[in-house]
Design a protein around this ligand. Sequence first.
Ligand SMILES: NC(=O)c1ccc[n+]([C@@H]2O[C@H](COP(=O)([O-])OP(=O)(O)OC[C@H]3O[C@@H](n4cnc5c(N)ncnc54)[C@H](OP(=O)(O)O)[C@@H]3O)[C@@H](O)[C@H]2O)c1
Length: 310
Amino acid sequence: MKANVWPNKPYPAASPSGASGRHPSKLPPRLTQALESFIPCTSHSDLPALRTAVTGVDAIACAYTTDPVLYLEGGLWLLRAAEAANVKIFIAASWTQDWTNIQYGDFELYDSILAFVDHVAAASVIRPVYLVNGTFAEWLMRPTPSSLGSEGNGEPSGSVRCEFLGTGDTKRVSWTTMDDAAAYTIELLCNNPAIREGQGGVFRFRSGEPTLREMAAVYEKVTGQEVEVVCKGSLEDGERELDAKKRETGRAGLWDRLRLSSSVAAARGLWEFKEPVLDLSYVKEPTTFEEHLRERMEEGSRCGGIGRGE
Ligand SMILES: NC(=O)c1ccc[n+]([C@@H]2O[C@H](COP(=O)([O-])OP(=O)(O)OC[C@H]3O[C@@H](n4cnc5c(N)ncnc54)[C@H](OP(=O)(O)O)[C@@H]3O)[C@@H](O)[C@H]2O)c1
């Protein structure tokens, strides 16, 4: 199958035949060399480049960064180009939490995904594929302050602090390593009958689903570092604070309250997956959290700490 990965993201060697993005230098050289083509574009609305990139491909995987503009507007520009080129298989904004559990406003970052889903169902012949994987493992239990659910003292090998609301520490957290997600994505793209026939749909997979406390125990065992699991208040406290922030800064303030709104959604159990969840272990055994952390430590010891601390 000939697939275009859009824009450039790392995938297993056998998969993409073409890619597009703003500059090929952002791809690792081994991937650039493996591609049949790389079509440069100036932006997500560069229609001539989009049209060139999608012409003659069997499938498109849209992997724009986490951004409401790209989720909605970028997705639509690309989808219209795909329609014109008669491409039926279209992976829309993906590798997310299970947004099928939420309504507009529950987690504002995903409002743009809900809008895309709604609009495309009504106004396109394409039936997109949406892949749900929970949180990427690479973002979990980071000792550096860059991740959504946890942060540490800034030292690459420091302790980790995770905050939750209400009973958020007992809810199941679905997570997936990027390698598992890549393998499962390619499997679905190449071999899932509904996807191949252009029927689209929501497909859930994951590497695991521990609670926050279970994950913390594994982290402590593997790294010897402390994880502080801290209750920041009741769910109602969090909801009140979130409402106040929404009144204060309006829709545009979504990035400032992202962590809080994610904690509220977690405490409400909204990030627990609906069924069905696919078992794709025949393609690749899911990585355990312990294996992931050990790999991260190996990588970190080469770079001077636990993980890259990016
Ligand atoms: N579940 C999770 O925990 C999680 C976390 C993060 C992301 N994700 C998912 O993973 C996917 C990739 O997200 P990411 O944040 O990791 O992406 P990323 O690697 O930071 O960026 C992906 C691509 O977005 C393109 N891009 C960025 N800004 C752009 C713009 N203004 N116009 C056009 N292209 C632009 C870049 O293309 P250029 O080469 O042109 O710069 C880049 O190759 C998304 O589908 C997201 O939903 C999931």
